[in-house]
Design a protein around this ligand. Structure first.
Ligand code: ADP
Length: 253
């Protein structure tokens, strides 16, 4: 099926760019990259939305410090840190139990893209579920995706699955904008650089697959602290090396 043009979908009619942030595996930092990239894009002057397409394991509410909202009264998308946000995690469990039937992932990803009034946005960042499945297909059938960003960690076990994610977007005719290597290295208090999960796999993969290498994000314990505290690092520590890596990424995509 051909992707609809944005104009054919009123909910996305004024959204200029849709970026999908994807990974082959869970736990590589895809949601962390999505949240911090969204904030970095905002910081460079864009109007930004963040859609959490991980229907079964939504991370955006925790990372943005928001809980569930009453669907009867809440105005979706919710807003925090100047971002427009939508996630399955905003819908209370009691309501979800009734709603979560049928081909659920496709249904909810489709609903988020067609029924949430996103308004005028420069960029809508979509935090994809890990892997290669229904959500990706629905996204590409419902919206005009400008490009996908693949997040990987440096070690082979993550890189192998990153290739699968990359190939799937290519099959769906979505341009792959590039690869970002997360948890690339760690700089200790001694100033030394430690390559905990090896290093350079993301760059090598980009070369091998002919896509741009978008950069590396170091390991910083404050990333996890911020994620758990509901205030992403780009917002809380804007001068940190990790925040700078995200601002550079925002300029590139
Ligand atoms: P995914 O969305 O790929 O499943 P998450 O974004 O949830 O992964 O990240 C998994 C865990 O790793 C989280 O606890 C997050 O805070 C942590 N994390 C991600 N990136 C970094 C980093 N660069 N440095 C330190 N911790 C990180």
């Amino acid at each position: 099926m051909q992707p609809q043009t944005q104009a054919a979908n009123p909910a996305l009619a004024d959204v200029k760019n849709i970026l999908a942030v994807a990974s082959g595996k869970g736990g590589v930092g895809k949601s962390t990259v999505s949240s911090n990239l969204a904030l970095a894009l905002k910081k460079i002057g864009q109007s930004v939305g963040l859609m959490d397409a991980d229907i079964y394991g939504p991370s955006v509410p925790l990372m943005m410090g928001l809980g569930s909202a009453d669907p009867q009264t809440a105005q979706f998308p919710l807003e925090k840190y100047g971002l427009k946000l939508m996630s399955m995690g905003f819908i209370p469990d009691a309501t979800k139990g009734v709603l979560l039937r049928g081909p659920m992932v496709a249904k909810y990803v489709g609903a988020f893209l067609t029924q949430i009034p996103w308004g005028a946005l420069d960029t809508l960042v979509i935090d994809m579920p890990p892997g290669t499945g229904d959500a990706q297909l629905t996204l590409c059938q419902t919206a005009n995706v400008r490009g996908a960003i693949i997040v990987t960690t440096p070690q082979d076990v993550s890189l192998i699955d990153a290739v699968k994610a990359l190939n799937m977007f290519r099959q769906l005719k979505v341009p792959v904008l590039g690869i970002i290597e997360n948890m690339s290295y760690f700089v200790g208090d001694d100033g030394k650089r430690y390559e905990i999960f090896r290093h350079g796999g993301g760059k090598k993969l980009a070369e091998e697959t002919g896509v741009e290498f978008l950069g590396e994000v170091p390991i910083d314990p404050r990333v996890a602290e911020c994620g758990d505290a509901g205030e992403p690092l780009v917002h809380k520590y804007p001068d940190s090396p990790v925040a700078k890596a995200y601002l550079e990424l925002a300029e590139k995509v």
